[in-house]
Design a protein around this ligand. Structure first.
Ligand code: FAD
Length: 398
């Protein structure tokens, strides 16, 4: 067994981004050490929604037989516009209902991915180890941690939204004003939206252009929360906890669903580092992935898909770097270019959309009325939400 303190690749953070990187290195023969400051299984404040991108990348990284976490397939969504009109989208393709996404419990999801990772030969996980600083020097990268120094030939910075390391490496501090914040609670006995597994988005006046979400979970519980992009003036004065419970109790479109609901466990909130396309994602002997690289979708607040995808890309790049024995800033910028090529246009487009509609709730209402009438519009919306793998024949019920 190689010394875990000296390995080819050191991954800092065992969330979806870091674990996708490790899964992508499966069979490479490289020695990989993953460190995380927590002890697993650990929870992560999250809505637990997996988009079609998340499902696609997961399928590429992990054989179906290794998917050791419960997942609830999602067949449609409902959306409430600020004028409180509800639209339900349930696609039917040749009589069957395609899967648009899924929901998961993050504690079980991350733990199952970690279990699949530690089975890989040459891969070691060390929990309760906090990375404190990172230095590159002749021929290696050193990670100073709460358990001493870990040495590697390449480092993957995957330590999430509050990354300690990325600012010292990338040299451009986060601009929190343009990030988002979200709060979630887990409930039982929420009234479902019909018989199907459907996720619901409520674009209510008080949170617009953010939304209130309500997702059914695999174990019968419900994940409810609010997503608030911080770039909008009206968001600054909110007390998030109060707003959340006010909406549940007072909103005419939601209070019925929460009539018999019981909150199980505590409420949690956190920052979402939104995609900006202006950060450095790589340098000498390091790459950043997931939230540490600010890759969350600015429109929907979805971050797991880009975390998994950036980890998969980083793994592909690592193989190239070791093949060429080249870990320089200029060689690693290939990863950055590929990442921006894949998600840059999408992030910029979604930033523009949210800025455009952010101050125009009435226009948003109007657009959805048109969407309900036009199949072309419907396809566009579904592509925006679910990517190109969305099914072709759609039905919208108002
Ligand atoms: C309330 C809320 C709801 C959300 N809902 C959704 C959703 O429904 N769907 C979706 O796709 N996305 C959602 N997101 C975003 C999603 O949770 C993140 O984008 C995703 O977890 C990013 O994965 P990651 O691996 O980059 O980071 P993380 O999952 O945060 O993992 C980072 C890991 O690094 C570890 N770490 C941190 N610092 C250190 C250190 N110094 N040393 C060692 N280890 C360290 C942490 O313990 C953690 O395990 C939500 C976010 C929030 C806040």
């Amino acid at each position: 067994m190689p010394d875990p303190k000296e390995s080819d690749v050191i991954i800092i953070g065992a969330g979806p981004a870091g674990l996708a990187t490790a899964l992508g290195l499966s069979g490479s023969g490289l020695s990989v050490t993953i460190i995380d400051k927590t002890l697993f299984p650990r929870d992560k404040v999250c809505g637990g929604g997996l988009s079609s991108r998340s499902l696609r990348v997961l399928g590429e990284l992990l054989p179906a037989s290794k998917i050791g976490f419960p997942m609830l397939p999602i067949h449609g969504f409902s959306l409430v516009t600020p004028d409180q009109v509800e639209y339900i989208y349930l696609p039917a393709v040749l009589g069957e209902q395609p899967v648009l996404g899924a929901t998961i419990d993050r504690r079980l999801f991350d733990h199952a991915l970690l279990e699949a990772v530690v089975e890989l030969p040459g891969t070691v996980f060390i929990g309760e180890t906090e990375a404190l600083a990172i230095h590159t020097s002749e021929g290696r990268v050193d990670i100073e941690t709460s358990r001493g120094c870990f040495k590697g030939r390449m480092a993957i910075v995957a330590d999430g939204a509050h990354s300690k390391l990325i600012n010292s490496l990338a040299g451009d501090p986060f601009d929190r004003k343009t990030d988002a914040i979200a709060l979630r609670g887990i409930f039982k006995d929420v009234k479902p939206e019909g018989a199907e597994a459907v996720v619901s988005f409520y674009f209510l006046k008080d949170v617009f252009p953010g939304y209130f979400w309500l997702f059914p979970l695999p174990d019968g519980h419900w994940n409810a929360g609010i997503y608030l992009p911080l770039g909008f003036k009206q968001q600054k004065k909110h007390n998030l906890n109060r707003l959340f419970f006010d909406i549940i109790q007072e909103s005419s479109v939601l209070s019925g669903r929460f009539q018999d609901a019981i909150l199980t466990g505590s409420i949690g909130s956190d920052i979402l580092p939104l995609g900006k396309c202006c950060r450095h994602y790589s340098g000498e002997r390091w790459l950043s992935v997931g939230d540490a690289a600010s890759l969350v979708d600015p429109l929907a607040g979805e971050g797991i898909g880009n975390a998994l995808m950036s980890g998969q890309l980083a793994a592909g790049h690592l193989l190239e770097a070791f093949r060429n024995n080249n870990f320089s800033t200029s060689f690693n910028s290939r990863y950055e270019k590929e990442l921006l090529r894949r998600i840059g246009p999408e992030i910029k487009f979604r930033q523009r959309l949210i800025r455009f509609f952010g101050t125009k709730p009435r226009l948003f209402n109007w657009v959805f009325r048109q969407i309900a009438r036009s199949s072309v519009f419907q396809r566009t919306v579904v592509r925006l939400l679910y990517g190109n793998s969305a099914p072709g024949r759609l039905e919208f019920y108002q």
